[in-house]
Structure formats: structure tokens, C-alpha cells
Ligand binder design. Structure first.
Ligand SMILES: [Zn+2]
Length: 315
């Protein structure tokens, strides 16, 4: 499962510093004893091992909310040794090291694998972080072939951590778009969940949206909640973040307090918004009429954090 708390730092995954990535001898030696992981459209990633079927996955998710049973599987990243393949600096991107071994992707050989959102629920933490990094890098390289300043072609540098423009010598680095994701609660400790127009019926999650140009995170929290649900937030506290390469977000999780409770969903992005007491959540999940985000997402973690706080108070 994807680590998002600093307390669960990705111990065995090292994305390596710039100096190390610029050290051609080091990179080549990592290649020789290294392995390739496949990344493909979806985005998806090559995995191996057992994992519950998609249907069971959601059942396990809702159960985990109540009894603390985290979904489990025995998945691992599917890797193939680089073997006798020659290192190609124009196609091979160093993701990092996993348990000390170089992990690479070949940009020239995309391959469809397991949907990344699902895979994240089952991979061990270090491998989940490696998978997210691999997907983020592959997506970025796919979009950064030409310089945004002068339009000339760019090429891989620093073993894939950056690109260099051949026209104006500009160095390009992977970009991330900040987005806020907010668990809003009212004075009765009910949780605000919203249903997006594009989702399947019954699916609800916490409010989220991109940070706009010139905006602070606090302003984005207030604006997004107001725009999407009509609720005015008067306090917001940062909780945690999570990289979310769909295609290149960094989700910044907040817990916020509602000053008002009247709901007026925008109707464009949010079809319905609703205040949930814990009992409403149980009823909805057990009847199958409500589904929540997957366990690897920060949305799920924010919902679980609210759930657990109430459970702690009642014991
Ligand atoms: Zn340029």
C-alpha cells in the first residue's frame, strides 16, 4: 500500500540524488545488476502475485473502515533483469533503487499492466512508491519531448530525472500540480461527502480540487468547498500529502471545520453533497448503496481518520 505518512517512509526505495544520477559509471553499474519494470497506459504497472478481484477489493475496503482489516495481497512489482540488454541513455530511465538494486523503465517499450490505482492497494509500501515514481516519470517524459520555451527537441539527462533542450539549453524537470483534498466536518461531527457527476451511482468522496494560479492552499480549501458544496469553511488544518500521478498531482490533505451546513452542490462537477454521520456510513456501505474511494488513496485515509476519531471517543 502506498506510504503517505512520513512515519512510513519508503525505507527500501531510494530515488537517488542528482549527483548520483549524473554519475554515468554509477548509473551503468546499477543498470548491469538492475531490473526493468513495465509501465503502460491507464496508467498501469507490471505486477505479479495474488490480489483480490476488483469486486472483493471494494468489499474489503468498506470492511477495513470498520474493523481495521487492511486489504492484503501478495503482490510485487514484476521486474525483469536487464540481462544482456545494452544501456540506452535515450530510452532507459532510472526510477531509483529498490532494496539496493537499480530499477529502470524503458520509455520505448510501454506495456499495459495492472491499473495503478488498484495495484497501489496491494503492493508493499516501498514498491508502491517505486511504482508511483515510475509512472510519474514515464508520463512526464511522454509530455516533455519539446521545450516549452523555444519548441526544440529535448533529451533525457540525469538518468531520466530531467531533460535538456538542444535549442536553448534549458533544463526541464518533472512538474507536479498541487491539489487540495478536504475532509469537512460540522459541529455534530458529520462528514461532508460529495458525488461527482461522472462517477458511478452511489460513489462518494471528500471534496478535492486543483490549486489555482496565485492561490494559497488555505484559499484553495475554502474556495473548493464553497464552490462544490456551498459550505463555508472557517478553519482548515493540514493532515498529510500523497503523490497522485493521474496524471501529475500532489494531493494535499486537509481537515476542515464547517461554519455553515446548508448544501448547494454546483451541479456541474458535483451532483450531490451530503452530511454523513457514522451510522449513515455503516448503513450505506452495508446495503451496497454507498461506495468509497480505494484504500490506497488519501481520500480514503482522510475518511478513515475521521471514522477512527469517533471510534476512539466512543470507547
Ligand atoms: Zn528550448
Amino acid at each position: 500500500m502506498l506510504s503517505w505518512d512520513i512515519g512510513e517512509a519508503p525505507g527500501q526505495f531510494d530515488r537517488l540524488g542528482r549527483e548520483e544520477r549524473l554519475d554515468d559509471r554509477l548509473v551503468r553499474s546499477l543498470w548491469e545488476s538492475g531490473a526493468l519494470v513495465t509501465v503502460g497506459p491507464g496508467p498501469s504497472v507490471g505486477v505479479t502475485g495474488s490480489r483480490p478481484a476488483a469486486k472483493d477489493h471494494w468489499l474489503v475496503t468498506s470492511r477495513a473502515l470498520f474493523d481495521g482489516t487492511e486489504p492484503s495481497g501478495e503482490s510485487a512489482l514484476a521486474v525483469t533483469p536487464t540481462g544482456s540488454t545494452a544501456y540506452d541513455p535515450s530510452a532507459h530511465v532510472l526510477v531509483g533503487t529498490l532494496a539496493g538494486r537499480g530499477l529502470f523503465v524503458d520509455l520505448a517499450r510501454p506495456e499495459r499492466g495492472q491499473d495503478l490505482r488498484r495495484a497501489l492497494g496491494f503492493l508493499p509500501p516501498a514498491e508502491a512508491v517505486a511504482a508511483v515514481t515510475a509512472v510519474a516519470l514515464v508520463t512526464w517524459h511522454g509530455q516533455a519531448g519539446f521545450c516549452p520555451r523555444c519548441g526544440a527537441a529535448t533529451r533525457i539527462t540525469a538518468a531520466g530525472a530531467s531533460r535538456r533542450c538542444d535549442g536553448c539549453a534549458e533544463d526541464l524537470f518533472p512538474r507536479t500540480d498541487p491539489a487540495v483534498i478536504v475532509a469537512v466536518t460540522d459541529d455534530a461531527d458529520r462528514l461532508l461527502l460529495a458525488h461527482q457527476v461522472v462517477w458511478e451511482p452511489g460513489r462518494y468522496s471528500v471534496v478535492a480540487g486543483f490549486v489555482e494560479a496565485g492561490e494559497s492552499l488555505e484559499q484553495a480549501v475554502r474556495r473548493e468547498v464553497l464552490e462544490e458544496t456551498g459550505v463555508v469553511v472557517d478553519r482548515a488544518t493540514y493532515v498529510a500529502s500523497q503523490p497522485w500521478p493521474f496524471p501529475r498531482s500532489l494531493m494535499l490533505g486537509f481537515a476542515a471545520h464547517a461554519a455553515t451546513t446548508a448544501l448547494s452542490p454546483d451541479g456541474a462537477e458535483i451532483e450531490r453533497a451530503r452530511w454523513f454521520a457514522r451510522a449513515d456510513l455503516v448503513t450505506g456501505l452495508e446495503s451496497g448503496q454507498l461506495s468509497l474511494p480505494g484504500p490506497a488513496s488519501i481520500a480514503y485515509r482522510l475518511i478513515k481518520r475521521w471514522w477512527d476519531a469517533g471510534a476512539a471517543r466512543s470507547t
